[in-house]
Design a protein around this ligand. Sequence first.
Ligand SMILES: Cc1ncc(COP(=O)(O)O)c(C=O)c1O
Length: 466
Amino acid sequence: MPRYLALAQQLLQQINQGQLRPGQPLPSLRQFAEQQQASKNTAIAVYQWLEQQGWIEARPRQGYFVRARSRLQQPQPAPLSPQLPSLGELGLQIVRTAMQPHWVPLGSAHPCCHFDSLDSWQRQLARSARQHKPAHSHYQVPPGHPGLREQIRLRLHKRGIWLDADDILLTNGCQEAFTLALQTLTRPGDIVAVESPCFYGVLQLLEVLQLQVLEIPARSPDGIDLAALASALKQWPVKALLLHPSYNNPQGYAMPDSHRHALISLTEPYRLPIIEDEVTAELGYQGQMPLALKSLAPERVLLCSSFSKTLDPDLRLGWIAAGPWHDALLHRKFVSSMASPGLQQQALAAWLQGRGYDRHLRQVRQQYGDNWHQLAQALQGLPQGCQLNAPAGGYLCWLQLPPSVDSLQLWQRADQAGISLTPGALFGQQPQLRHSVRLNFAHWHRDIRLRKAMPKLIELIEQCQH
Ligand SMILES: Cc1ncc(COP(=O)(O)O)c(C=O)c1O
């Protein structure tokens, strides 16, 4: 954990244990740095972090003070204004913890890759590897393997998305698709609107690209708040909107069709480019494929997806259908990463020609649906004030905690108990996100530790309440 975060957590503990009381002044930055034998910059980072999280406040010419309890207990939504994301190292830190094999895996958004239905895929991969002749090896330059692009086209066609295989650009996962899209649509300092809470990979990317983020509230079951978006668009020169409307990470909702139509109409007068994240679109528990925004506004929507959540994130196989920006993205992809691994592309193209992938999706959807029900049952004893949002698909759910529970503190305590989870603060800067966590239940059916960890999780939430 970075030093500043460890020091901030110490102060947070003192606040929670009543050693530092509401209204009490904190040492000046210089005193704090001396006491902790830290640099002044570290002291600044500690106070800034606590201030951002709403625990302390700066008073002009007086210094820093612990915030009044009442303001902590009722986190107010921050006014909508663009901000530079500042996740820094926190994201990587939390993801690293979540990936440790000995931790109970509620944290990272890694899917389960152990399904019988993947046997035929493993065999295809081995066959393709055997047939791969080094003498014929070459860069699989963009737009990527024609056979795989054709298979993706056919799948989109069934959903009313009319594209040519040449409209599809293969990428290293969906994350590279976002990167190429944002680099093409924006310049540093521009404003990008996202739903809040928002997948933190996007926020980290905006931070690195020096873009400002405008967090528009989103709630289950509809998704992004259209009234808030409408007023934001009137007020700010937003350059792009990035959304994950189908089995959203972290909230699990599927935006209703009527809401999708309204969103497209609302953004039409601005000709606003929309980056649509569809990584989980095939994971709805009812088997229904959502209406893609791309099918409603093909010229304005950059459709991004990958096989990371349905098959294996390790493949790093993603794609983007960017409409009029296709050529610009293709060039950018070529100069930045040259190509994507051809062997995986060839193997997947061959496998998608059969029925194996659809058979696999049926098994996965059913298993994740069962897992969700079992998790919800195991968490029936959650303390009052908690709310577990029911997802419509995927393998993630969002647990809202009582306002007195700080999710970073819960994350830290859970970490000490060998349980990984993802604190809400990672999904945006709105203060109310501090009181939520995201849970991954993809591994529930295979990992008995998850079931056993539920009473402990409930106990930790109760402890944080006090
Ligand atoms: C909602 C969402 N979109 C995109 C990504 C990135 O996907 P990929 O692994 O294909 O780069 C993730 C990864 O966790 C995700 O959760």
